[in-house]
Ligand binder design. Structure first.
Ligand code: DX5
Ligand code: ZN
Length: 229
């Protein structure tokens, strides 16, 4: 899934929600290799978006893998609903859980990839117990937030590049891949440094959805990422 180099995952946060099905089709036809859905609960972040019912509708319409980014408190209590909705990847924030192992176990049992996200204020060291302990293989990847979670269209925080580079050491001595992702402020000028530092899952919101040519936006980001990786 999502093999062969960096993949741009358009975030639907800025899409036309009045024509959701058409937006999914348009992104797929434009060459999106996966879709990124931002679930916000109005508590972990100020904005409120949608929940499992809408995620399920998008998963039904999608022919590419769907990554559900949970920006919610206590994701443990609702992760099952996103598994049932058909998510292929589920990303939850380390800041929102007491123990990341339980939700990761639940995802692994369901055959869904489980990734952990870190907000800009959270150091890589916060992931060390999870990524270097005996059950480190439970985690399928890390999403480094390069903006404060909550809104699209913000400026890229360069510190994310150092965090990605620091995370690459945890890829060693594993039997399963540790996928690194970056989310927030991705543009033609920021995608290169992020990919060079190790990001393979490249979430792009405004760079794709605010463009009038989705295909050109996705292709040029992916090409810049490939050249830098
Ligand atoms: C922000 C979301 C992002 C957002 C990215 O909290 O997690 O996925 O859509 O949008 P851009 O690429 O515009 O920063
Ligand atoms: Zn996101």
């Amino acid at each position: 899934m999502l093999a062969n180099g960096p993949a741009v995952l358009p975030s639907l946060l800025l899409c036309d929600f009045g024509h959701l099905h058409a937006e999914v089709e348009r992104l797929q036809q434009a060459g999106a290799r996966g879709l990124h859905l931002d679930v916000m609960d109005g508590r972990f972040v100020p904005q409120l978006t949608y929940g499992p019912v809408v995620v399920e509708a998008i998963c039904r319409a999608a022919q590419v893998p769907v990554d559900v980014h949970l920006m919610i408190e206590e994701p443990e209590s609702t992760i099952g609903a996103y598994i049932d909705a058909g998510a292929d990847l589920v990303t939850f924030h380390i800041e929102g859980v007491s123990d990341p192992r339980r939700p990761l176990e639940q995802l692994r049992e369901a055959g869904v990839l489980g990734l952990v996200a870190i907000s800009p204020g959270t150091p890589v060291a916060a992931l060390e117990p999870l990524l270097s302990g005996g059950d480190r293989e439970l985690c399928d990847g890390v999403l480094v937030m390069s903006v404060e979670p909550g809104f699209g269209g913000q400026a890229f925080l360069p510190h994310a590049v150092e965090k990605l580079a620091a995370l690459t050491v945890f890829r060693e001595h594993r039997s399963r891949p540790l996928r690194l992702g970056v989310d927030g402020g991705i543009s033609l000028s920021t995608v290169g440094p992020a990919a060079a530092a190790g990001a393979e899952l490249i979430v792009a919101g405004s760079a794709v959805l605010r463009s009038d040519d989705y295909a050109r936006a996705i292709q040029s980001l992916e090409q810049a990422a490939r050249e830098a990786a």
